[in-house]
Design a protein around this ligand. Structure first.
Ligand code: PMP
Length: 393
């Protein structure tokens, strides 16, 4: 039943349909777009394109109304059932996290305050917080940055170690929902439980929104930041959802200029498409693809899957991966694997992964899926690993 459902959805991606021999397995970098999203953008640009709120003519006011509707679409997509929240459209996750740091956190912190941020996640979820600390230090305000503890066995945050670094000066915690290298669900519930009810939490949801159901009511976080291009919409747009309960109201400061209206239209259309497809099913599909890959990789003794301490064995239970699996082979260079995969028409990421604190010597192969990927594509990856291993030994 799920396979039938998936075939119907896959057929709706023109770039996939136009390239039958190719396997695109780099969705953690950026996703492909369904026709419905492209059509929504074309419809907007060919029937009512204007600058929002400029003048009183219909295209301008309709564009402003579309942007407001898209804010509500984001709230609905995040399970925000009302109350005081704001939605700001930004360039993407990196831009959104920077905005939270610069336009909100910097004004909140006082001398002696502390923040807890992830040092092993995407660099975009570390640099902005360190910059706030450095900027404030120049004004004589000292802020202590504490690294979020990580459990090496699971790749998840270490919620047992977390309470010991929370103090009465902890003002802010930044976390990631799904790790962009490990594919691990970073268990935000446990982070909330460990830091207590009063500390604002900012969630980097670049790899979760549009990949699985994400509910702010359930997660009890204060900011959710994500990118359109990673959730079937256009590049150059993203959003910051903010709850405005554990701190001042979040708003973009300064002059943002003309918004990316076509991008915002694409974002709303992508949420509509994903709603119809069913996000719970999308997650079931992509996690099944990850499991197929990790199970297959467990048969090679030289392979290590990143994000857990122990190498996978055929009889060890495979940890749940959210559509992203990154691995390294002891005897085959990751770059070589990447070349052979590309030669076979299989697109994966085979270099370093923007992981904070890691240099370019950190090459590994990342295979990341969305709803258009198939089990056969995963098997093609495994077949290439098998061949390369055979040549190396
Ligand atoms: N955070 C995570 C977890 C990501 O995976 C990415 C993109 N790889 C980013 C942040 C940055 O997103 P963007 O490039 O869209 O700003």
């Amino acid at each position: 039943r799920l396979a039938h459902w998936q075939r119907g959805l896959r057929a709706q991606f023109p770039i996939i349909a136009n390239n039958p021999g190719l396997a695109y397995l780099d969705s953690a970098a950026t996703t492909q777009k369904p026709a419905a999203v492209l059509d929504a953008v074309t419809e907007y640009l060919t029937t009512g394109n204007a600058n929002a709120g400029r003048g009183s003519y219909p295209w301008g006011t309709a564009t402003a109304a579309r942007i407001e509707a898209a804010r509500d679409r984001v709230r609905k997509a995040l399970g925000d059932s009302g109350g005081d929240s704001s939605v700001e459209f930004v360039g993407g996750t990196s831009d959104g996290l920077r905005a939270v740091a610069r336009d909100w956190l910097a004004g909140l912190l006082a001398d002696g305050d502390e923040i807890i941020v992830p040092f092993g996640d995407h660099e975009s979820n570390l640099r902005p917080w360190l910059e706030v600390r450095d900027d404030l230090a120049r004004e004589g305000i000292r802020v202590t940055v504490r690294p979020m503890p990580v459990d090496a066995d699971s790749g998840d945050y270490d919620h047992r170690a977390l309470p010991s670094i929370v103090t009465d000066r902890t003002r802010f915690v930044a976390v990631t929902h799904v790790h962009h290298v490990f594919g691990v669900d970073m268990n935000v519930h446990r982070v909330r439980a460990a830091v207590g009810p009063d500390v604002p939490i900012c969630l980097d949801a670049a790899q979760s929104v549009g990949h699985r159901p994400v509910s702010v009511a359930d997660l009890d976080v204060d900011f959710v930041v994500f990118s359109g291009h990673k959730m079937l919409a256009l590049p150059g747009v993203g959003a910051v959802w903010a709850r405005n309960r554990r701190g001042p109201r979040f708003a973009l400061r300064g002059w943002a200029g003309t918004p990316n209206t076509a991008g915002i239209v694409s974002l709303a259309a992508a949420f509509d498409w994903l709603d119809t497809a069913g996000l719970a099913e999308v997650r079931t599909w992509t996690t099944a693809l990850s499991a197929r890959l990790t199970n297959g990789l467990a048969r090679f003794d030289g392979v290590r899957v990143l994000g857990c301490q122990n190498s996978l064995t055929a009889d060890s239970p495979v940890q749940r991966r959210e559509g992203i699996v990154t691995f390294r082979h002891a005897r085959v260079r990751s770059d070589d694997l990447g070349f052979v995969l590309a030669d076979e028409g299989i697109m994966v990421r085979a270099d370093s992964h923007c992981q904070a604190g890691r240099g370019s010597d950190d090459h590994a192969v990342r295979v990341s899926a969305h709803v258009y990927n198939t089990p056969e594509e995963i098997d093609r990856v495994l077949e290439v690993v098998r061949r390369c291993e055979g040549m190396a030994s």
